[in-house]
Design a protein around this ligand. Structure first.
Ligand code: ZN
Length: 463
């Protein structure tokens, strides 16, 4: 029961992946030529945000927030938008939703929650703002005005307090974009409902509101941006408590192995705080030398610094202390891959897949292992699986483009590179790569024509 062999798993993958070398599907949002104004706002905003904001690109962090978002969305039935979740490197406590399904969370918020359930509460709340079209309902704003206002808001977020004029305007924009009390209540009531239905503990949002309310009393001058767009009052807290009373307790799965602290540690490493992470976790170990978590985090910090021998010693020790340490097998798999210990890497990924067979990250990193072993068709199968599990994630498409390139399947290489650009909202590059793919396949071939349809769909949406 415990050990599904990887070979068996891959024989399935190979069937799925290779007999139909291309489970051919157009990129989800290229399918409809005419898109609604809010989807366009989201696209335009994302393109601007990439230039202005510092986004965290770590795959673990990316999947953590996107899977959480998708899990909440799964309890809400079919959605008119494609939701994307991004993490902004910014110490301010903030999260915001752009009409059309794009949601941003600041690292400052993720750092302050104590449990994944709290973050799920915030995401659920933001999703309801999008789903209910709250920003458009704010003042019956037309989409262009809304986008302009969001642009000013974005400029303020990027300036981070350096340019007083921009910040002042951004503050005014933020005030205009603030949700009304009734919209906040709607987001709280429905957010609690959807979060509970997707198996998170809905009490998380209440805990989170209490954290930020506490923070506000400690520092009444610098009001976190989140509090400006989503004011927290005693009335609001009472309303959330009421909403919680009408959700049935006991249906929450609870996060026995909450990965939040690992994610928080990865975020700190992204901010070049590896030395501080090492110092703090070594200190923690003085009192509790058999605690797997600090040992694991020491491993993460050494791994990040490229000190692979120390990383290995700590990962292996953490695994020995607690085999269920969240993410430990995937971390071991990646490290062994780097060290050239391919058999050990494969065993680690196999364990990771046993725990999470639908985790796209496992397939992405397994693909890396196969590439390092020069097993390119296995790598391609693995990346295809990662892609089918996370169709809006650009990473697998990019890896597929590279892997097909290495096997001289240039049509596929260009196609997937184009797809990766498309998923990153880089439409000019996407169209150029798709045009190259069509040339390789031949414009009259079935593949060539199918790709031409996708290209036309992207082009017809205009800028
Ligand atoms: Zn809100």
């Amino acid at each position: 029961m415990q050990s599904i062999s990887l070979r068996w798993l891959f024989s399935i993958l190979l069937v799925v992946g290779c007999s139909t070398p291309l489970p051919f599907r157009s990129p989800p949002s290229a399918q409809t030529a005419k898109e609604d104004p809010e989807t366009k706002i989201s696209r335009d905003f994302r393109r601007e945000a990439k230039k202005t904001l510092k986004l965290i690109s770590d795959p673990e962090v990316d999947r953590y927030v996107n899977q959480m978002g998708q899990r909440i969305l799964s309890s809400m039935g079919p959605q008119p938008y494609e939701y994307r979740f991004f993490v902004i490197e910014d110490s301010q406590l903030n999260a915001f939703a752009v009409p059309g399904g794009t949601i941003y969370i600041h690292t400052g918020l993720i750092e302050r929650v104590r449990k994944t359930d709290e973050l799920a509460g915030v995401l659920g709340h933001e999703i309801v703002h999008v789903k209910g079209r709250h920003m458009a309902r704010l003042s019956g704003m037309d989409p262009l005005n809304l986008l302009a206002l969001l642009g000013v808001f974005l400029a303020g977020a990027g300036a981070q307090g350096q340019m007083a004029g921009v910040v002042g305007q951004a503050l005014a924009a933020t005030r205009q974009l603030s949700y009304t009390r009734s919209l906040e209540q709607e987001a709280d009531t429905l957010g609690v409902k959807y979060v509970a239905e997707s198996g998170y503990d809905p009490r998380g949002i209440l805990n989170f509101l209490k954290i930020i309310e506490h923070e506000r009393t400690l520092n009444p001058v610098d009001i976190p941006p989140y509090l400006m767009t989503h004011p927290v009052t005693q009335e609001r807290i009472a309303h959330v408590e009421l909403a919680l009373r009408s959700t049935s307790p006991g249906r929450f799965r609870g996060e026995a192995l909450d990965p939040i602290r690992r994610i928080q540690t990865i975020l700190r490493l992204q901010k070049y705080e590896a030395d501080a992470v090492i110092r703090e976790n070594e200190k923690l170990l003085v009192g509790y030398p058999a605690n797997a978590e600090p040992v694991h985090f020491l491993g993460l910090a050494y791994h990040h610094k490229g000190r692979l021998a120390e990383a290995r010693a700590n990962y292996e020790r953490a695994k020995g202390l607690n085999p269920n340490t969240p993410g430990i097998d995937r971390d071991l798999g990646r490290l062994y891959t780097q060290l050239g210990e391919f058999a050990l890497a494969r065993q680690a990924f196999e364990r990771s897949l046993n725990v999470a067979p639908d985790e796209s990250l496992n397939y992405l990193f397994l693909g890396e292992l196969f590439e390092k072993e020069a097993k390119f068709s296995d790598a391609i199968s693995s990346y295809l699986r990662a892609q089918s599990l996370a169709p809006l994630w650009p990473e697998p498409a990019q890896r597929l483009g590279m892997a097909y390139g290495k096997t001289n399947r240039l049509g596929d290489a260009y196609y997937y590179l184009g797809r990766s650009h498309f998923l990153q909202d880089e439409y000019e590059k996407a169209m150029a790569d798709l045009a190259r793919a069509i040339k390789v396949f031949g414009p009259k071939s079935a593949r060539g024509q199918a790709i031409q349809d996708e290209l036309d769909a992207i082009r017809s949406r205009g800028k």
